[in-house]
Design a binder for this molecule. Structure first.
Ligand SMILES: [Zn+2]
Length: 280
């Protein structure tokens, strides 16, 4: 099945993208621009121009969310990023909790322009140590899933995407999906929680939409596309989830039925995309 990878990254000087695009495995891949961050987990990320370049080189296949610096960018930056061609926003390692009112003008602008925001939740990769000056956040403390609930209430028209299931703040994450229609999330990373996933995907939300959680969670790899190893890993992750849905889900659970599976692998992401592409 062709799937949408709704949360991925791109390395500097990426290689092997033609093969990925022509593999027949992916319908689309959404790149989160982390060029404001520099190096992470031993990878040098693509800069903004490189990210935009591949969205132009592979139109409708690679799409991108722009890096937004919650602590320093003015609200006008949101429109700027949209005009550059980004379909959503990606903050990272900000200094204060996501729900800090100081960030609200940016969220208001994103809501107005129909720019979804993908928020990392839970544990996070370690990067540079303290060097006498604090320019961005450390650890997961400002990235609790519960902060997204505050934003969801204040901005009901904003599409909030929670990355990675919020591990280890599992309960906060689950209540977000249960109560807030405008919070969805991706499954990338933290496969440790796989034992709880079957019940989670079959949980019915109480968010006014009568959806099950498999309609609120979508497929993503969080891979750093552009190196042979990460390109191969992305395919492996895709095959893992396909087999999981087919060989376990379809046999024992409601969420494994082909039409439910389809939502997880592409339908939910397409809904999000429709919002991003709406004129505003
Ligand atoms: Zn990521």
């Amino acid at each position: 099945m062709k799937v949408i990878d709704a949360h991925a990254h791109l390395v500097h000087n990426p290689a092997g993208l033609d093969q990925i695009a022509e593999s027949g495995e992916f319908e689309e891949i959404w790149i989160m621009d982390l060029s404001g961050i520099g190096e992470l987990a031993g990878y040098q990320f693509a800069d903004q121009a490189e990210v935009l370049e591949i969205t132009r080189r592979y139109p409708g296949f690679f799409r991108a969310y722009g890096f937004i610096d919650l602590d320093r960018d003015p609200p006008e930056q949101v429109r700027k990023l949209r005009d550059l061609g980004f379909i959503g926003l990606k903050p990272y390692k900000q200094l204060k909790p996501y729900s800090d009112p100081g960030y609200f003008p940016l969220y208001a602008e994103a809501e107005k322009l129909g720019m979804p925001i993908l928020f990392h939740t839970g544990l996070i990769a370690q990067s540079r140590r303290y060097s006498g000056e604090v320019t961005r956040g450390f650890g997961p403390e400002n990235m609790h899933p519960a902060y997204l609930a505050s934003i969801a209430e204040a901005f009901p028209g904003l599409s909030i995407v929670a990355g990675h299931l919020g591990w280890p703040f599992w309960e906060e994450m689950e209540e977000n999906y249960y109560y807030y229609a405008n919070i969805t999330g991706d499954i990338s990373g933290y496969r440790k929680c796989i034992d709880r996933l079957p019940a989670l995907l079959d949980r019915r939300a109480h968010d006014g939409t009568d959806r099950y959680f498999n309609e609120k969670l979508h497929f993503a790899t969080d891979e750093f596309y552009g190196t042979p190893e990460s390109n191969a890993r992305a395919l492996k992750i895709k095959h893992f989830w396909e087999l999981y849905f087919e060989l376990i889900g379809s046999v024992y659970y409601r969420w494994g039925a082909p039409e439910e599976r389809e939502k997880f692998f592409r339908g939910n992401a397409l809904k999000l995309l429709k919002e991003s592409l709406k004129e505003s």
